[in-house]
Each structure stands twice: as C-alpha cells, then as structure tokens.
Write a protein that binds this ligand. Structure first.
Ligand code: PEP
Ligand code: MN
Length: 352
C-alpha cells in the first residue's frame, strides 16, 4: 500500500538534511528503521544554499546511497529536485517520489521545467511552500504537476521567510497552508517543523500544533550526529529523539463520538458564534462614532490622520490587552485593521 494514499496519520518522513557520506546515510536509515515509526526516508542530494561556498550537497553520487539505504531497510525514499537534470538523474537512479524545495516553488519556470521532465511518469511529487507567503504561487506549482498528469501531488509546509519573526527560522503563518487545504482538500498536507523552527527545542510544540490542525504528516530532519551535520545542524535530531517526539504527540480526533462531549462542544461553539456577532456589532457602532468624528473633522478642517493621538491610544490598548492575556502581535494586527477601517469610513465622509 502506498503510504501517501493510505489513511495513516501522521505519516513520518525523516532523514538527514543532506546526504554526507554513504556511511551516514545507511546508518541513519538503519536507526530510523529501528524506531519502527518512519514511513519514508529523506535526504537532500543537491542543496540550495543561501551563500556559495557552503556545502552544496554531494551531488549525483549520493543518489545510489539513498536508493541502497531504502532497499536495505525496506523504506521508500525521497529527495529534492530543482531542475530537469536532477529529474533525469533521479529517475535513472530509481526514485519514484520527489520533493520540490521552497526556493524552487517560487519560480514558475523551474517548476514547469520539472513538471515537463516528469510528464508520463508515475512519480509522486511533494511541493514545499514558496519562501514568500504567496498562496497562489503554491497553488500554481501544484497545478503545474497536476496539469502534466501527475496524479499524486502533495504539499509540505515549511514556513515563510520573514524579517520580524525571531522565534522561528521561518514564520509558519498557519493560515496559508490551511488555505491550500481548502483549495485542494484531497491532498496530503505534511508539516516540516525542522525548517519552520530552525531549532530542535521547538520541534515538539510545532509538531503538536500541526497534529491539532489535522495535518496528515510530518517531515523532520534526523542525523546520527546532529551537532556535526554539514547543513542545518541546529535543527536536526537523532533517530532516538525523533522516536520520543512521536511518542509524545497527542493525536486528537476531529470529532468526538462521545455524545456529552459533542453537546458540550456544540454549546461552546454557540457561545463563540454569539460573541463573534457581538464583536461585529460593537465594531460597527465604533465605525458610526468614527463617522461622526469625521463630520466634525470636515467642518473644522482637521486631518483624518492624527498620528500622535493614535500612538497614545495604541500604547494604552496594548497594555490593557496584555493584562487580559492577548498577545501583543495579535492586538497590533487587530488595531491596525480597525484603524484602517475607521480611516476608510472617515475618508468617505470627507469626500461626500
Ligand atoms: C530541505 O528540506 O532540506 C530544504 C532545503 O528545505 P527548504 O526547501 O524547505 O528550505
Ligand atoms: Mn535542511
């Protein structure tokens, strides 16, 4: 049974960021197999790196290491391709499952070239999200593979490059992969906590979050000697640590069969719905007041934007919100949206 077509959850893909030596690949594969928890063995052969002179992968020679490790351990294997030449080499070596890296998904020319090279094969393709938070680019890449007749196309969420997220290496922006799942409900959605977090200490919490959001699987980098890995050392874990991580995941059901639980949940949801309606009505009242202010501003020739006043209000509200257990990030986003909408209402008044 093909694992990506099965209902197993979570599907676990693991293996080193990069194939480094034949020894490292086979030993990692054996240790992963011994955990009994891994479904697919991964390793990068060609590594897209931010700067040249970093380790850029062992290249073609590593393809056979991975294929042989897969044969010995009876694990299916997967590697990354970034151009048609890579596709040709992997097909020749016997791969029938490939992933597209985040730096490739951003480039429709590269994606199309790879899709064309795969036309007529029954290779499974897992498409990582693009580096930038553009849902359509991700959708478009998936469509390019579907359009050439690849029937098994799935998605890997590895987070998005961002300037202001210091906690994670790549901001997860969970709403984007969930948007993808709405567009393609049939595809398997795999979370890659390794590239999201960039730090092994955060793998457990992000993996758990993915499970709570009903992801189908996890792709987690593992290495026999993580600290000395040639790439992404800080985020790799040993196969034994991976095994513990999976043991500790709590797998919750999407819907509970227990009648009392279902009723309690439904009551809570009703209360959420009613609060949401109240919030909307309050915001609408707030906009009415903003419009009245707009009329005063117009009559007295005062600008719509009052940066100083807005700054003071924001500071007070953020303090208040923090005391009530809301995150600063959320409150800032919320205030920004409210302010924009307020300005829109006042501008309409000014232009009347
Ligand atoms: C990888 O999986 O090792 C990799 C290079 O990932 P990404 O394309 O997500 O950076
Ligand atoms: Mn990596």
């Amino acid at each position: 049974m093909n694992i990506l077509q099965s209902n197993k959850r979570p599907i676990i893909i693991s293996g080193p960021c990069s194939a480094e030596t034949e020894e490292q690949v086979i030993q990692t594969a054996r240790d992963l197999k011994a955990t009994g928890k891994v479904d697919i063995l991964r390793a990068g052969i060609w590594k897209p790196r931010t700067r040249p002179n970093s380790f850029e992968g062992v290249g073609e020679i590593g393809l056979d290491w991975l294929i042989n490790a897969g044969k010995e351990t009876n694990l299916p294997v997967i590697t990354e391709v970034a151009n048609a030449k890579h596709v040709e080499a992997t097909l020749k070596a016997g791969f029938n499952r490939l992933w597209i890296g985040a730096r490739t998904t951003v480039n429709p020319f590269a994606v199309q070239e790879i899709a064309d090279a795969l036309k007529g094969t029954n290779v499974e393709v897992l498409v990582k999200n693009p580096i930038n938070p553009d849902l359509n680019l991700w959708i478009g890449a998936i469509e390019r593979f579907k359009n050439v007749g690849i029937s098994e196309v799935h998605a890997i969420h590895r987070g998005f490059s961002s300037f202001n997220n210091r906690k994670y290496r790549n901001d997860p922006m969970w709403e984007i992969p969930l948007g993808l799942k709405r567009e393609f409900p049939e595809i398997k959605l795999i979370c890659d906590p390794s590239h999201i977090t960039g730090k092994r200490d955060l793998l457990q919490e992000v993996s758990q979050k993915a499970m709570d959001l009903i992801y189908d699987g996890l792709m987690i980098e593992s290495h026999i000697d993580p600290d000395n890995a040639w790439s992404d050392a800080a985020q790799q874990i040993t196969p034994a640590t991976l095994s513990n991580l999976i043991n500790e995941l709590v797998l919750r059901n999407e819907s509970s069969l227990d009648k009392q639980v279902a009723k309690d949940l439904s009551d809570l949801r009703l209360s959420i719905n009613s609060i949401d309606n109240e919030i909307l009505s309050l915001i609408s009242q707030r906009m009415n007041v903003a419009e009245e202010i707009g009329i005063y501003k117009k009559e007295n020739n005062v600008t719509i934007l009052q940066p100083k006043r807005w700054g003071t209000i924001q500071k007070k509200l953020i303090e208040n919100a923090e005391n009530q257990g809301l995150s600063i990030k959320f409150v800032k986003k919320y205030l920004e949206a409210i302010h924009q909408e307020s300005i829109r209402h006042q501008t309409a008044i000014m232009n009347k």
